[in-house]
Design a protein around this ligand. Sequence first.
Ligand code: MLC
Ligand code: AMP
Length: 517
Amino acid sequence: MDNHNLFAALRAAFPADLDATAVETVGGEHAGLRYSWRDLDRASAMLANLLDSLQLPAGSRIAVQVDKSVEALMLYLATLRAGHVFLPLNTAYQAGEIEYFVGNAEPAVVVCSKANFGWVSKIAFKAGTRHVFTLDEDRSGTLLDRAAHHSDVHTPALRQADDLAVIIYTSGTTGRSKGAMLSHGNMLSNAQVLRQYWGWRPDDVLIHALPIFHVHGLFVAIHGALINGSPMLWLNRFDPRATVALFPRATVFMGVPTLYVRMLAEPGLTKQQAAHMRLFISGSAPLLIETFDEWKQRTGQTILERYGMSETVMITSNPYPADPRFGGQDERRGGTVGFVLPGVELRVVDDAGAPMPVDEIGGIQVRGPNVFKGYWRMPEKTAEEFTADGFFKTGDVGRIDARGYVSIVGRSKDLIISGGYNVYPAEIEGCINEMAGVAESAVVGVPHPDFGEVGVAVVIAKPGASLDANQILAALKARLANFKIPKRCVVVPELPRNTMGKVQKNLLRDQYKASFA
Ligand code: MLC
Ligand code: AMP
């Protein structure tokens, strides 16, 4: 029987010379380490053997909240290899957020930093987790100590394409996060399609500067390099100057728009500096046309924008090279997210689900081998998000032009995308509304020069209560991941409402749009 374990496919793509460099760390205090393909293979085998030795039930969740490191990447590979389910968690999440994820996912193993072991292990043990390990950026911690006693040879667990490989939590419009279940087949099909679509070459070198707890850094970037047997220049933290300095040694870069905005502020960003690069890819949030144009002017290179989400991995991409399905079109167009990827179906529909004509705006729905299996332990929510004919409702609003280019023009979901991270206003409003003296609140996204979009909280006090905007923000900071904190808070006497009594967020967005101009 064929093994559809994603790790097996990635491993099969390792180059023949296993002593060649697979990952080199650059920038920051953990720079200068070189990991060969053999290192990736052996270390992931040892970690997989450690997981095997714990005799976990099949499909156990391995929840991981650690700083970015190559060892964290090895743990991801080991989890796939052992046939368990990887559950990455943003390092910014605080106790209340982690408590929810751990309670919901019931992981068999939790891996956290040494500094967080006290509170994380308390939450984990309370939820029934049997094993809590630590892993730090400097390669210390109990995870590697324990793995060191295990064999560096391991046969990947037999998995079907439909078997669960990862759960990615994505916030819900009602405020509670939903775990998107992605299978080995979802990710492998997407990685294979992107390898071809982006014309990966034998001599490609990827600059990896994104966090590895979300789809962009973990799947698009890592799978992209590994499935092509390409080395990575690895930054544990994005640094615009260090990244630009790497361009002469690399060929491919992937980033959210904020990364491009920050690199544009570097005087060293020139045509000459970027001459060795063949592909700059942007996604996770809308790339402003100004950024697209300025990048072209400064570097002579055209950013390729693509579109995806946790539930679907990648859906569309601007072409590279020409796409024969769309008349051999190879123009990367700013302001669009390009063509639907081969093998994926995308349609734009009206509220009743009827297809919209060319250029008309509607809801975006997708179907294909990339689309997830549903939300973890939320069958009703899953059913709601799929149509009868199996299309997933993305919650994004867009249109398709006569040549097949897709543009995203908005979202039907109430969501703010800040520096590439999703922030759900409902979650923030829920926290504010629980505070003493608060009658009601509304959080809206407004333009921001660095993060693209940030939240502004508009709050109403209960009769007789007096509220302090800074105290509200400080109280939020104590509870929520830092990137979710609104960048501005105002206390006002009332919120604009329509005749149905619903808060008119569009009016608030308009009123506060110049807050960070
Ligand atoms: C940091 N801060 C943010 C923020 N990141 N605020 C809003 N939005 C963000 N994204 C705030 C912190 O709260 C803190 O504020 C201050 O900035 C400094 O924090 P930091 O951690 O030092 O920030 P920095 O390292 O500069 O991080 C910025 C960043 C990072 C842009 C490098 O946000 C980032 O890596 N973004 C990429 C996200 C990503 O990978 N998305 C992919 C999702 S997958 P204070 O007040 O506390 O000091 C997906 C699917 C798809 O969407 O299609 O790809
Ligand atoms: P996430 O839930 O973090 O995976 O975020 C997915 C969402 O990011 C999508 O539903 C889109 O709203 C948004 N997104 C991703 N790529 C793009 C893009 N290129 N342009 C606009 N929005 C994007």
